[in-house]
Structure formats: structure tokens, C-alpha cells
Design a protein around this ligand. Structure first.
Ligand SMILES: *[C@@H]1O[C@H](CO)[C@@H](O)[C@H](O)[C@H]1NC(C)=O
Ligand SMILES: *[C@@H]1O[C@H](CO)[C@@H](O)[C@H](O)[C@H]1NC(C)=O
Ligand SMILES: *[C@@H]1O[C@H](CO)[C@@H](O)[C@H](O)[C@H]1NC(C)=O
Ligand SMILES: *[C@@H]1O[C@H](CO)[C@@H](O)[C@H](O)[C@H]1NC(C)=O
Ligand SMILES: *[C@@H]1O[C@H](CO)[C@@H](O)[C@H](O)[C@H]1NC(C)=O
Length: 489
């Protein structure tokens, strides 16, 4: 269930910078005891009035018109677009999908309680007591006729939904399921409304924002792309729908809600590998360590080895600990964020080799711009980044002396320089000086010398400067299997 604080957290990021607290009434029918919609007047008892401190939020109202009376379906705060931010008044706009549903967005306190119709003529047509444009409709009007109408209305909707889903299941059983369809089923609209209303921000990224949301009573991760990243969203959907691996994130659903391109993914309680490792004094058992390494390596191997009948070879191009999730049993990892991943065609073109990914995890040949135009070169770039993630895991392993979590290369970076020099510092460390994060093989603890040595060697083989010499993902999986088996004996 959502609490008051969660609701005020519920704000989307936006384009315009505007900093002022806003009071938006919040009414979520599924949180109330009563199942039906309410009149504006009842907001005084049924609504909450959280102050939304985040920038660029606006109030949103969804209303319904039953026989000329306007009811609240939902009230809340959402992301703003420019149009909403400029609107001081709640002007009802007809929902394109459902003729009796109206929405408005506006950016003044309590504005969703004071709606007006588009044209004055239409506003007058509604016979309700209006005081300062605040519509107050007497509760007594809520007669049995209305109940009957709502009932019939709901029955019709249920019937239509039933017929539609029947028709759909018949159609899909005949045809092969069209996997790249980005359409959402009309019956899911209110489910989507609930989903978006329950969303709480977790991670704001450059191209997308991830929210924790409720989907069919379960917690899920909602990844929302900005409209300008349509291609990136399509790319991620296409790739994730075409592959299936236990250590690669699965898509629950995808589509467009309003102007938001979204991807609904399973929620991982333990968060990203980076935040997991960063948690104070985190020590992984050696078993955990090996399953982490193995699951990640097998995911990459699966991507790189295109099974022609299942999928073409894929490169991830943005492997880093913050794009890896920790499984709920804490015994495996799950690769996520395929926004810049690429399905490799038979013939590569120059655009397949653009400098992409995260600076810190970029292979030396990519930083230097001397990458060779082959499939293997692209796999090597992934392997290098994988080695850095492996190093991050090994550092927190119980077979390794206790260390405080550090991102790769943090040990060499000089902090007191301007931020703009981060790129040149990385270039200097990785390319010019040829350094890699420190691997300490010789430590006092004699017990785990063999395992530590084996893992260090594997990491070394994956981040070596010569891209052609880097270990392949398949070899890495093979070697890790050997290590795991030898420990079991
Ligand atoms: C729902 O009903 C319970 C008692 O049955 C009451 O304690 C609670 O406050 C009600 N909640 C709302 C939102 O009306
Ligand atoms: C609501 O519906 C009635 C007819 O049932 C119509 O006369 C009225 O204009 C509608 N209200 C709005 C705001 O469109
Ligand atoms: C918003 O409306 C509620 C209920 O009418 C009221 O208690 C609250 O003070 C109002 N807030 C603002 C900022 O107008
Ligand atoms: C609205 O209702 C009142 C009674 O509640 C009535 O006197 C008035 O004539 C009605 N107005 C219209 C435009 O129907
Ligand atoms: C409602 O909006 C109108 C502008 O359309 C404004 O004049 C009026 O003061 C508002 N009423 C309240 C109670 O905020």
C-alpha cells in the first residue's frame, strides 16, 4: 500500500526548471473503501492534500461525466509538459479513447478541484451549483437511477472486454504471435493508470527513468523513456523480446501511455550490483562470488553466441555494475539495460563502432578510436567491461582482503580537478599509462590462494590491452565451470 510520503515522492522528471511546492489533491479510488467514483465535494473527506516539493510537478485530474454530472475518477500529481505547466486552470479535455472521460492538468494549488469546461457554453449546460466555479453537486443527486446507469455502463464494458479478449485469443491462437507489436490492449487502460499513479522514482538516467510501481498487485519496475528516445526504446524492446536467458532481464510488457514510452520489468529488491556491493561491509561468500561471476559470464556468452535459429549475435555495449541486478535469492545476477545493445548484422558498418557506453568502462581501443571493424572487436569491448565488473565483485569476496567498495579506476583518479577532466584522466590511466584496477594476489590468507589466483588470471585475460588476445565469453564460462567443479570435488 502507498503511504502519504510515497505519494509526494510520486513525481516525474521534466524539461522545464521550476521550483515551487505545489498542493495537489490526491484521490485514488482503489485505495478507498468505496469502489465507485466520487463527487468533487467528497474530496474534502476522501482526498489527501500532499505538498509536492519536487520541481516541475503538475496536478492531474481524471473525471467522468455520467448524465451530466462530473465525478472524480482519480486525482494526483504527475510529470509536467510545457503545456501543463503554463495552465493555471483546470480545463477539461475529452479523453480520446473514452468519450465520457475527461482529464485536465494545471499548475496551481488545488486547481484540480476547480475545473472548467472548454467553452463557456458547455460549462453552463451542466446544471450544478457553482460557487466561484467550484462545482458542488449535492450528494442526494446520487440516486438509484445513477447507480443503475453506472451498473449498466460497467456491464457493457465488461461484455465488450470479454468479447474483445475472446476474439483476441482466437486470433492469436490461429496466427503466430506478433512479438514486435507495440500496441497495448484497450482493456489494460485502467491498469496502466493505476500503474503510473503508483510509480515512485528509483533511478533517473540520461535517457530513461526507472520507477517502482504496482502492477496487478505486484511490485514491478517501470522504465520510462523520454519521447525523444523512441528508437532506443524500440531497440531495447526488440532485443529483449528476441532473447531468453535466466540471467537476462525479462519484459513483462511494453507500450506507450500518454506520451510515456514504457517498459515493465520485474522488480529486484536487492537493486543494482553496484548499490549491493556498495552497501557497507558487504562480504560475498565464495559460493556467491562464483555464481555471480558465472551467471554474468553465461549471459554475455549467450548474447555473443548467436544461435541462428533463435537470435543473431548481440553486443551489450554498456556493461557496468549499475546495469546488473542482483537476484532476489542473492545467488545470481541479471543483466539489464539493453538501450544501446545491438543485434550484429552479417556485414558491419561504421555506425556499429561509434564510441558508445560509459567512459569508465570503455576499452582502451574504443577510447583511442583504433578499434578494428570486426565482430570480434565488438565482443572484446564487452569482455573488457565485464572484466571490470568481475573485479568489482572479487574485491568484495571473502577470499579477498576486506575492502571498501570502489568503482574501477577510482584509486587512480585525482578528485580535486575539474569534472571536465574525467575523460582525459581515464584516457591517461587506461590508454597512456596502461593501468588496470589493482589485483592483489599475494595476501596473508593462504587458504584461498588457488581460487584467488585463478579468478585474478581470468580477469587479467579479459582486460588485456590487446583486444585480439582477450578471452572470449564462451572460454570464460568454460573456465569458470572448471573452477566451480574443482571446488565441488
Ligand atoms: C476503510 O474502512 C475502515 C473500517 O472498515 C476504516 O478504518 C478506514 O479508515 C477506511 N478507509 C478509508 C480510506 O475510508
Ligand atoms: C456531460 O454529459 C452531458 C450529457 O449527458 C452533456 O450535456 C454535458 O455537456 C457533458 N459535460 C461535459 C463537460 O462535456
Ligand atoms: C486545498 O484544499 C483543501 C480542502 O479544501 C484545503 O484544506 C487546503 O488548505 C487547500 N490548500 C491550498 C494550498 O489551497
Ligand atoms: C438548474 O436547476 C435549478 C434547480 O436546482 C433550476 O431552478 C434551474 O432552472 C436549472 N437550470 C437549468 C439551466 O436547467
Ligand atoms: C476557480 O477558478 C476561477 C478562474 O476560472 C477563479 O476565478 C476562482 O477564484 C477559482 N476558485 C477557487 C475556489 O479557487
Amino acid at each position: 500500500m502507498l503511504s502519504k510520503t510515497n505519494l509526494s515522492l510520486f513525481v516525474f522528471i521534466n524539461l522545464i526548471n521550476l521550483s515551487s511546492a505545489l498542493v495537489c489533491p490526491t484521490y485514488l479510488p482503489w485505495q478507498q473503501n468505496a469502489s465507485q467514483y466520487r463527487l468533487i465535494k467528497s474530496c474534502q473527506t476522501d482526498c489527501q492534500f500532499p505538498t509536492v516539493d519536487e520541481n516541475h510537478a503538475v496536478c492531474l485530474g481524471i473525471y467522468s461525466n455520467y448524465s451530466g454530472e462530473i465525478f472524480i475518477k482519480q486525482l494526483g500529481a504527475i510529470s509536467s509538459d510545457k503545456q501543463c505547466l503554463m495552465s493555471k486552470q483546470c480545463i477539461l479535455e475529452r479523453d480520446m479513447m473514452k468519450s465520457q472521460t475527461f482529464t485536465c492538468c494545471c499548475s496551481t494549488d488545488n486547481c484540480t478541484l476547480n475545473w472548467t469546461s472548454m467553452s463557456p457554453a458547455r460549462a453552463i449546460a451542466i446544471n450544478s451549483t457553482t460557487i466561484n466555479n467550484v462545482v458542488i453537486i449535492e450528494q442526494e443527486h446520487f440516486s438509484w437511477k445513477l447507480f443503475l446507469m453506472i451498473f449498466i455502463f460497467l456491464m457493457i464494458i465488461i461484455l465488450i472486454t470479454f468479447i474483445f479478449s475472446l476474439w483476441r485469443s482466437l486470433k492469436t491462437s490461429n496466427k503466430k504471435k506478433n512479438k514486435t507489436s507495440f500496441l497495448k490492449s484497450p482493456s489494460s487502460t485502467s491498469l496502466m493508470e493505476q500503474l503510473f499513479f503508483s510509480a515512485q522514482e528509483i533511478v533517473i538516467g540520461k535517457n530513461s527513468t526507472v520507477y517502482k510501481a504496482i502492477f496487478k498487485k505486484d511490485v514491478a519496475a517501470l522504465k520510462v523513456y523520454k519521447q525523444t528516445n523512441l528508437l532506443m526504446w524500440k531497440n531495447e524492446v526488440t532485443i529483449l523480446r528476441s532473447i531468453k536467458h535466466e540471467s537476462i532481464i525479462k519484459v513483462i510488457s511494453e507500450g506507450q501511455f500518454g506520451t510515456h514510452l514504457y517498459l515493465l520489468l520485474p522488480y529486484y529488491d536487492n537493486g543494482t550490483l553496484q548499490s549491493y556491493l556498495r552497501t557497507s561491509n558487504r562480504v560475498l561468500t565464495s559460493k556467491q562470488c562464483l555464481t555471480f561471476l558465472h551467471s554474468l559470464a553465461s549471459a554475455i556468452s549467450y548474447l555473443h553466441t548467436g544461435q541462428s535459429d533463435i537470435h543473431m549475435p548481440i553486443v551489450h555495449r554498456d556493461i557496468k555494475s549499475s546495469n546488473v541486478l542482483v537476484a532476489n535469492d542473492e545467488l545470481g545476477l541479471c543483466l539489464a539495460d539493453f538501450g544501446v545493445a545491438t543485434i550484429l548484422p552479417q556485414v558491419l558498418t561504421e555506425k556499429d563502432f561509434v564510441q558508445i557506453g560509459t567512459m569508465r568502462y570503455m576499452a582502451p581501443e574504443l577510447l583511442e578510436g583504433v578499434i578494428t571493424y570486426t565482430h570480434d572487436a565488438l565482443y572484446s569491448v564487452d569482455m573488457y567491461a565485464l572484466a571490470l565488473v568481475f573485479w568489482e565483485i572479487l574485491m568484495q569476496c571473502d577470499i579477498y582482503p576486506l575492502t571498501v567498495y570502489q568503482a574501477p579506476y577510482e584509486e587512480y583518479l585525482i578528485n580535486n580537478q575539474e569534472e571536465s577532466s574525467f575523460a582525459s584522466q581515464i584516457y591517461d590511466i587506461v590508454v597512456i599509462r596502461g593501468l588496470r584496477p589493482t589485483l592483489r594476489r599475494q595476501v596473508n590468507d593462504k587458504k584461498h590462494t588457488l581460487l584467488r589466483d585463478e579468478l585474478c588470471s581470468l580477469i587479467d585475460a579479459c582486460w588485456t590491452t590487446d583486444a585480439d588476445m582477450r578471452m572470449k565469453a564462451q572460454t570464460l564460462v568454460f573456465k569458470l565451470n572448471q573452477v566451480i567443479q574443482s571446488r565441488a570435488e
